[in-house]
Design a protein around this ligand. Structure first.
Ligand SMILES: *Cc1c(COP(=O)(O)O)cnc(C)c1O
Length: 463
């Protein structure tokens, strides 16, 4: 038994054990050394903490099995699928939008074979990767021209750099947003080489405020979607038409960082206030940027749509190469955008929109099915209740979406303990905790997810 630190041998001594030597042939020297180091470091820490090191004799088969298990864990994929029962449909930490099968197929098709990514099949000459989606984006948004980059943050940076470096950007004090910690609009403006002219107040900014700030150094009037907070009470923001007129009179560009960017009106599903890209461009905004993997329901991407002369400048800007979209995302984006056009119905075809638009009765049925599964496992304290879920990822702040959830309480296991075990499940399950109960919101779940949750809980009960 291992009782003191002295009982833990040197790595070299362990490597000389016949059973460990045998493992080296299969896993290689380096992996065995790493595993032995990890095991002995843990054992030393346990002893120092006055815990039992809990290790079998070093020359035993059990010990070599522990070494193998350690290697297996180290080699398991780090990035893996989870079940999102948080009630936040587009969860940035959980990978945002899930793709439609058509988008996955398109991605796969260009993944393991050459493609015409930058090759014009008509002329046999070099082509542009933007060509594959530009016409589609224009058709869907009414824009003159469009270009796509790696993500929306890159879209904002590139747009500002190409249009306003060395000049001024006028923005409202009520819209100087921070998103996800590392994207702060004032910092992005600074990074682009432009100077920020803040106007108005936190709660109220008027067109007049923008007008007074415009001078010969002004290049851009910037609007941004306050996508992760809401100011309520006495507020004012100028309407886009007034700003568009102002921009035109002064020969400056009106730009809008939309964040989520929806292509269809979601008001029928109870989500008002999320402006549709088409309307924004119609109101006279020169350039809009939005994400591919938020409400659009596609891959990570940043879409820039608007005036052709500006888009042309972006296409030839030196930063473009550094922020360009990769072929897999491009393939998924093209396929996703096609699902917005007839004969398809995007609310049926695009997973994010299907979640948002699913009738509440169907959501309730799913919750009842999950509750039933829990009861079959022998759980006694199971409740189905109407909940409010969030679209998430900085879209529609403060606007809940009616949903249903199942809450459980286990005998002898706290919600925190259960959550920790669920995170370690083969397919980890991420829910939430409220009032000392474990909660699984079902609007964002598939039928397979429902089975996955009950399987995970079942496995935990058997441990
Ligand atoms: C989410 C968001 C961004 C950043 O988009 P990414 O695609 O994550 O880079 C920028 N601006 C707004 C308003 C957003 O909501």
């Amino acid at each position: 038994m291992i009782k003191t630190l002295r009982d833990i041998p040197q790595i070299q001594t362990l490597l000389d054990q016949p059973l460990i030597k045998a493992l080296q042939a299969e896993h290689g020297h380096a992996q065995i050394v790493d595993a032995l180091r990890q095991i002995t470091v843990t054992a030393r820490r346990d002893l120092r903490d006055n815990l039992d090191a809990n290790l079998p004799p070093f020359d035993s088969r059990q010990f070599s099995e522990i070494v193998e298990e350690t290697i297996k864990t180290a080699n398991a994929p780090s990035l893996k699928t989870v079940i999102n029962a948080t009630g936040i449909l587009i969860h940035t930490n959980l990978g945002r939008a899930c793709l439609a099968p058509e988008a996955v197929a398109a991605m796969q098709a260009v993944a393991d074979a050459p493609s015409n990514l930058e090759f014009d099949l008509k002329t046999g000459k070099r082509g542009s990767r933007h060509a594959h989606v530009e016409a589609l984006i224009c058709a869907l948004t009414g824009a003159q021209a469009a270009v796509v980059v790696n993500n929306c943050a890159a879209a904002v940076l590139l747009s500002l750099m190409a249009t306003a470096a060395g000049r001024n950007v006028v923005a409202s004090r009520g819209e100087l947003i921070e998103i996800g910690g590392s994207f702060r609009l004032p910092d992005v403006i600074a990074q682009s080489g432009a100077a920020l002219r803040e106007v108005g107040a936190t709660n109220k900014t008027r067109a007049r405020d923008y007008a007074e700030a415009i001078d010969e150094d002004t290049a851009v009037l910037l609007k941004s979607h306050t996508s992760n907070f809401k100011i309520i009470g006495f507020t004012a923001a100028p309407n886009r038409r007034d700003l568009a007129r102002l921009a035109q009179e002064n020969n400056v560009i009106l730009m809008e960082d939309l964040g989520s960017g929806v292509l269809i009106d979601l008001a029928p599903y109870g989500l008002v206030d999320e402006p549709v890209v088409t309307d924004i461009l119609k109101a006279g905004v020169d350039l809009v940027m939005f994400s591919g993997d938020k409400l659009l329901g596609g891959p990570q991407a940043g879409i820039i749509a608007g005036r052709a002369d500006i888009i042309n400048d972006l296409k030839s800007h030196p930063l473009m190469r550094a922020v360009r979209i990769d072929k897999l995302s491009l393939a998924a984006l093209e396929a996703t955008l096609r699902l917005y056009r007839p004969p398809y119905d995007p609310t049926q075809k695009i997973p994010v929109l299907r979640m948002v638009s699913e009738p509440l009765e169907a959501v309730q049925k799913r919750a009842e099915r999950l509750a039933q599964d829990f009861k079959h496992l022998g759980l006694e304290d199971v409740e189905v209740f109407q909940s409010t879920c969030q679209v998430g990822a900085g879209t529609l702040p403060g606007q809940g979406l009616a949903s249903f959830a199942v809450s459980i309480a286990l005998q002898g296991m706290s919600p925190d303990q259960l959550a920790a075990k669920l995170r370690q499940s083969e397919t980890p399950v991420i829910g939430r905790i409220k009032n000392d109960r474990s909660i699984f919101d079902v609007r964002g779940l598939s039928d397979t997810d429902v089975l996955g949750i009950s399987a995970a809980v079942s496995a935990i009960l058997k441990q």
